[in-house]
Design a protein around this ligand. Sequence first.
Ligand SMILES: Cc1ncc(COP(=O)(O)O)c(C=O)c1O
Length: 352
Amino acid sequence: MSLARPNIQRIQGYVPGEQPQEAGWVKLNTNENPYPCSPLVVEAIERAARGRMNIYPDPVSTSFRRAVGELFDIDPDWVLPANGSDENLTILLRTYADPGELVAYPYPSYILYETLADIQGAEHERMRLNPDWSWNIEQACETTSRAKLVFVPNPNSPSGNRWDDETICALIPPQGLLVLDEAYGDFADKPHRMELLKGDYGSKIIVTRTLSKSYSLAGLRLGFAIAHPEHIEQMRKVKDSYNCDTLALAAGTAAIEDQQWMLDNTARIKATRARLTTRLQELGFAVVDSQANFVWSTHEAHEHQTLYEALKSRKILVRFMQFPEAHVDGLRITVGTDEEIDTLLDALADIV
Ligand SMILES: Cc1ncc(COP(=O)(O)O)c(C=O)c1O
């Protein structure tokens, strides 16, 4: 008999996308950046590794918070670095959601919110999106009126679409906080510069960002939350003392300081995204207009699982996703290099 808490026994646990360890795969399943990180990041890691690795890292990540503060023109007290955005999502739940309080998020969207709410013992509710990925605002507001925390990924995953600021503000819970998960924010045509946080609703919103996607650092594990210092102060009490290690902080600071590298890569990805979208449509797929580094595609004439398996047998990995309660399934395809996308498109042309 398991001694684990009942709500841990009840849940499945989050299942991340496949990470094959052998070479030879075209890997388009977990929204990583296909391009390497800035060489300045590698130099910073080497320098840090030759430095004082025998002592604990800076518990308040001073240099990284300063770099983020300069980038967004905010005080470093507004920034909480974490071991990936996922850690900040956990910190948020532990800081704000007592067992029994309501946590809400759109559906279909990032499945981890639900898993984390379950682990925390919070109540949770899915806010069902319309088939065109828009909101039924009236219905959603009925839920948010009872919620302590509302998570909204923008751009959304798996769809890649982005909702406007007016919609986001309408989802702010009157008695709680809205977590705006901008993991893919840098791939949008007009990336946010934290305007919402600086506006009238600023004290009700917490933005989370990651270096996993636009900065090509998924292997490093570094993200950050931005919010009014009163929120950051509470969240800081919940985090591990040394939640970001010396190498990650050195690398993250160098990455943030080399904006041109990130902007060049996101521009390349956006150009490839446009080409991928057009070609998939020519092959008969319906493709959502994406503001992220992946596209959501469905095909009326083919089973999506069969397409996924046919691609996998050719060593091309995409993400087959199912959201049964919304009767939605499809393929989420990460935008890879032009060469990888050509390989995928050739294979799909052959299969469909
Ligand atoms: C919507 C969303 N939020 C957060 C994350 C996690 O980011 P990180 O790698 O920083 O933990 C992901 C990763 O896929 C994501 O899709």
